[in-house]
Design a protein around this ligand. Sequence first.
Ligand code: 8OZ
Length: 379
Amino acid sequence: MTSLFDPLQVGAMHLANRLVMAPLTRNRAPGAMPTALMARYYAQRANPVTGAGLIVTEATAISHQGQGYSDVPGIWSAEQVSAWRLTTDAVHAAGGKIVMQLWHVGRVSHSQLQPGGQAPVAPSAITAKTKTVLIHDGVPAFFPTSEPRALRLDEIPGIVQDYAHAAANAIEAGFDGVEVHAANGYLIDQFLRRNANQRTDGYGGPIENRARLLAEVMQAIATRIGGDKTGLRISPVTPANDAFDDAPQPLFEHVARLLGQIKGKDGKGLAFVHVIEGATGMARDYTQGDQPFDYAALQAAYRQAGGTGAWMVNNGLTLPLAEAALQNGADLVCFGRAFIANPDLTRRLREGAPLNDVVRATLYGGGAQGYTDYPALNS
Ligand code: 8OZ
């Protein structure tokens, strides 16, 4: 029987174990610049024996326009590339692997965060019924998102370019690969879903059109950096950030088929597909036959189309749920809050040790407190 603690080759990466640290927004990058404290936080979780086999960074903006929250990092400038090297060097020195999550928020933003104070961009000019976090004088607060403007058709190639440029920057900064954030109601997910995408051009209407931006972004990145360094995250039925579609099963099976067909530089397919099962942040219980969506059909569609990447699952997992997921056909399991609170989560799960609880008050914004001061077990 495969164990969570067994190694796995994932695309170009050799992972020491099957536990992945989820992408987790922490709002500790003022001016969109990654810091030395962030490098310390990731390195604490990178040890191949005690920590994650793979770390996915917090969502990182591909462009200034892609930003939707205060103090989240970016990867569009040369300065950001240099600053991220602190993180990749520290993680690699600890023996770990790390991929960067590439993010364009689309309409989930506020004009205060946008270049020139302009409106955020979206598939259609429909305001998301959700909130964003703005930090004023060090104090985080929720604000309704601004009314977006619809992207012109002639702007879309530039967005695809921004993703490919950000992916190349991530590789230059020393990351082992990238994960495209196509989940949780952000730009790519907005294009996928009928409630946010009412376009009448080649990027709206039928499923094939709504999935076109995702296909173009994945292909552009795989061509630029190699399919074996490229993955993505999707969330077929999440209601997060006002994401909704009345027919997610055919939509995401189409997405799975197109992902299975992507071949990048050197003819390599994608390294991994990361699926949030259920509503983001709410545990799905495999042992209870909880099936709001047929995830096995999604995986089968991907495999039938030729996809060979690792299948990664995520959402409120516990050790028994993670083991059940592995026996159900997942290759990798992803933990979020548990990795925030336990830098040595893998060791604790292996040894059956108690877990530290996460402190919610320090999740978004602030410094070392509730970030790099969660204790590991004594050796
Ligand atoms: C929590 C707070 C802000 C952003 C996501 C990137 O939901 C996020 C996010 C989560 O994917």
